[in-house]
Design a protein around this ligand. Structure first.
Ligand SMILES: *Cc1c(COP(=O)(O)O)cnc(C)c1O
Length: 369
C-alpha cells in the first residue's frame, strides 16, 4: 500500500471560486492565473475546473505549452513576457500574448522576424517597483511598440502592491489612468485582492475591475488574500485542495512525557497522541508550531510538538475512537464536510497560503474529484 498521504484537487470548488470572481467583476474577462503549476494544484488537474475562464495567465513558456496541449485555443498571457529573444518564436507558434516590461523586450521584438503579429500588454510600474516602465517612460515605450510591424495590439497592465492591505490601490489606479489615459488598448489591473476588496465601493466606476481583464490567482484556489482580516468563508470561497493522510501510530503519554525532536512539548496530563504520515518533506511547513489545527475524522484537533520530515504528532485525547487508519486533514475539507482553510495553517506558520499550496512535495500523490 502506498504511504497514505494524498492531495485532492476539487474541480467543483475551482468552478465555484471562478464564479465568485465573475460576480464581483461582471464586466471584465477573467485571466485564470495558473503560474507555478496552478499554484501547486497541477495545470492538467486544475484545467477542468478553470476552463470557464476567458484566458490563462502564467509565467513559464513550458506551462503555456501544457495549456495548449490541453486543447485550449483561447488567450494565454505570459505575465513577465519573454526572457530571451528566441522565446518570441514560441510566442508566435503558440499564439501567446506577452507582457512587455522593459526596453530590451522591445528591442527583441523589433529584431524578430515574425509570421504572426504579436499581442502584448505593456506594463506600467505604478509603484510596486518590480517590473514595468515608469510613468515617465511609458508613452515613449508605447510609441516604439506601436511603430513595430511585429506588434499588432498593445494592451496596458499594472500590478498592485497593497490591494490586500491598508494602503489600498487608489494611488496606483490614478497613476495608471494618467499614464494610459488617451491610449487605445485593453486594460488589466486587478489581482485577487483587488477583485475581492475593491470591486465595490467608491472606486468602482473608474477602477480596476471595470477594466477589460482581471487577473485572478489565489482566490481561485480558495484562499483569502487578506487573511486574517477576512477568511475564505467571508469571501464565499471554497477549498480547492485537500491534503489528507492517516494515523499510523498511537502513543499514550503520562504527565512529564515529551513528544518529538527537541522535546518541545511536555504532557501535563495523561494524553493520547496520534502519529500521522505527513511531514515537512511532503510540503507541510516545519515552522507550524504545536497547536496548529488539523481535522481528525472531521473534528478539529491540533498538532503537538515539532513537525518532522515524515511525521507529525497530533492530539487524540478528546477522540478515543480515533486510532490507526483514522483520516487526518492537514488543510481542505474532511469526509464529513468540515473545512480547514489552508490560510489558517499558513498563518500559524508565519507564511501565506500561496507558499503552502505551491510547496506540496513531488512525493505526494494527487487525485482530482
Ligand atoms: C501572480 C500574479 C497575479 C495573481 O495574483 P493573486 O494574488 O494570486 O491573485 C496577477 N498578476 C500578476 C502580474 C501576477 O504575477
Amino acid at each position: 500500500m502506498p504511504r497514505p498521504i494524498l492531495a485532492t484537487v476539487h474541480t467543483g470548488a475551482l468552478r465555484h471560486n471562478l464564479q465568485v470572481a465573475r460576480e464581483r467583476a461582471p464586466d471584465a474577462r477573467v485571466w485564470a492565473v495558473v503560474k507555478a503549476n496552478a499554484y501547486g494544484h497541477g495545470i492538467e488537474r486544475a484545467f477542468e475546473g478553470l476552463r470557464g475562464a476567458d484566458g490563462f495567465a502564467l509565467i513559464d513558456l513550458d506551462e503555456a505549452q501544457r495549456v495548449r496541449a490541453l486543447d485550449w485555443r483561447g488567450p494565454i498571457l505570459l505575465l513577465e513576457g519573454v526572457f530571451e529573444p528566441r522565446d518570441l518564436e514560441l510566442c508566435s507558434r503558440l499564439n501567446l500574448w506577452h507582457a512587455v516590461h522593459c526596453s530590451e523586450q522591445i528591442d527583441w521584438l523589433a529584431a524578430h522576424k515574425t509570421q504572426q503579429p504579436h499581442k502584448v500588454f505593456l506594463k506600467l510600474n505604478s509603484g510596486m517597483n518590480r517590473l514595468g516602465f515608469t510613468p515617465a517612460a511609458y508613452r515613449a515605450a508605447w510609441a516604439r511598440l506601436n511603430a513595430l510591424p511585429q506588434v499588432d495590439e498593445i494592451g496596458h497592465m499594472t500590478h498592485f502592491s497593497d490591494a490586500d492591505g491598508a494602503r489600498g490601490i487608489a494611488h496606483q489606479v490614478a497613476l495608471f489612468e494618467q499614464a494610459t489615459d488617451d491610449l487605445p488598448g485593453e486594460r488589466t489591473l486587478a489581482n485577487s485582492a483587488a477583485i475581492l476588496r475593491h470591486a465595490r465601493g467608491p472606486l468602482r466606476g473608474a477602477s480596476c475591475v471595470a477594466a477589460d481583464w482581471v487577473r485572478e490567482g489565489i482566490a481561485l484556489y480558495g484562499s483569502a488574500p487578506d487573511y486574517p482580516e477576512h477568511s475564505a468563508a467571508h469571501w464565499g470561497l471554497e477549498p480547492t485542495m485537500t491534503l489528507r493522510t492517516r494515523v499510523i501510530g498511537v502513543q499514550q503519554l503520562q504527565p512529564g512525557d515529551t513528544v518529538g525532536y527537541g522535546s518541545t512539548f511536555t504532557a501535563t496530563a495523561p494524553m493520547r497522541i496520534g502519529v500521522i504520515a505527513c511531514g515537512y518533506a511532503d510540503g507541510y511547513p516545519r515552522h507550524a508550531p504545536g497547536g496548529t489545527p488539523v481535522l481528525v475524522n472531521g473534528q478539529r484537533s491540533t498538532t503537538v510538538g515539532r513537525v518532522s520530515m515524515d511525521m507529525i504528532t497530533v492530539d487524540l485525547t478528546a477522540q478515543p475512537e480515533a486510532g490507526i487508519g483514522s483520516e487526518v486533514v492537514l488543510w481542505g475539507r474532511a469526509a464529513n464536510g468540515a473545512r480547514l482553510p489552508v490560510d489558517e495553517i499558513a498563518h500559524a506558520a508565519g507564511t501565506i497560503a500561496y507558499e503552502l499550496l505551491c510547496a506540496v512535495a513531488p512525493r505526494v500523490r494527487f487525485e482530482v474529484d
